[in-house]
Ligand binder design. Sequence first.
Ligand code: NAD
Ligand code: MG
Length: 351
Amino acid sequence: MEPKNIFKKASRRQVLGGLSIGVVAAQTVPVFAQQTSTPANQQVTPNQETPNQETPNQSVKQNPVKQYPSPPFSQQPQEPPGLASKMIPRPDHGETSYQGSGRLVGRKALVTGGDSGIGRAAAIAFAREGADVAINYLPFEELDAREVIQLIRAAGRKAVAIPGDIRNENFCNQLIANAVRELGGLDILVNNAGRQQSVDSILDLTTEQFDSTFKTNVYAMFWLTKAAVPHFSPGASIINTSSVQAYDPSENLLDYAQTKSAIVAFTKSLAKQLAKKGIRVNAIAPGPYWTPLQVSGGQPQSTIVKFGSDSPMGRPGQPAELAPTYVLLASQESSYATGQVYGASGGSGNP
Ligand code: NAD
Ligand code: MG
């Protein structure tokens, strides 16, 4: 199924204009305290309050199993690409918890899919570590993107919003050119945008879907990286978001799982090619994380209800729990890490 909303256009003026700190501040208050109404179509009692939940603050020693919400969750279908701001409970991207310590001062980063989920968590963390950050997303996601832009600015860093569809090579070239121009260079590229639509049978998997998933997850990574490399100097870092699906593919994610394997091979091959230039290339392979990708067709709603229950932690990860890994791979601290795939799947053992 082709996403319905993702071709809606927003001009650059619309995107950059009208960003109100007041509006965003109201939208970015932590996530788990904000549970509201219960969807009418739920089939189980959702764990919206998570009574035994501890604090999302990552500087406080606590039981990680209880740190964030566990299933059951309510069914909550959205059209792809979905919005984090409509999720129940809202994901934690580190809005109120991530504390920087100057690990990326002066760096310039582009994060695709930086409006929500894992990309948003990386964008917030990068800014609080001292980086200027450009984010790419689809025009439909403007509401989520505005929150991120305000959070980057609140960290005292330059924020650049560049919406557009990365399935188009020309746009990918423009995206890199605009990011370099607006940021004054580029040191960190996070190829994180992704498309995931669950289809049970190969007989129902259309060429259109197969093509769209590969364009988003694989071709765009190639186009963006190719355009970015000439702008890099030694010390630059490329981080690609793969998945546990590269190692343990689900039956309903036939096209998606292949793209995530391709990302691993791309990462390892390119790392060898670019090592001599002093450019590092790594990947992160998350397990189940609570993001719009999953509730907007990435999984059937029957799986959303129990999302994360198969993990040894018994719950999905929150994007905030991945941010430190993106920071580590972006920073000079991981100077000997290239061609690596960092697993982050709550104990399932992959990669
Ligand atoms: P998400 O929905 O918050 O982020 C995905 C983003 O991809 C969207 O915000 C959107 O901006 C972007 N995108 C999709 N199609 C696009 C297009 N055509 N043009 C431009 N942007 C486009 O969900 P997420 O889970 O944070 O996803 C981020 C990455 O993490 C993806 O690569 C996904 O495959 C990967 N991942 C997620 C999980 C998980 O459980 N959530 C697990 C493993 C890997
Ligand atoms: Mg999004």
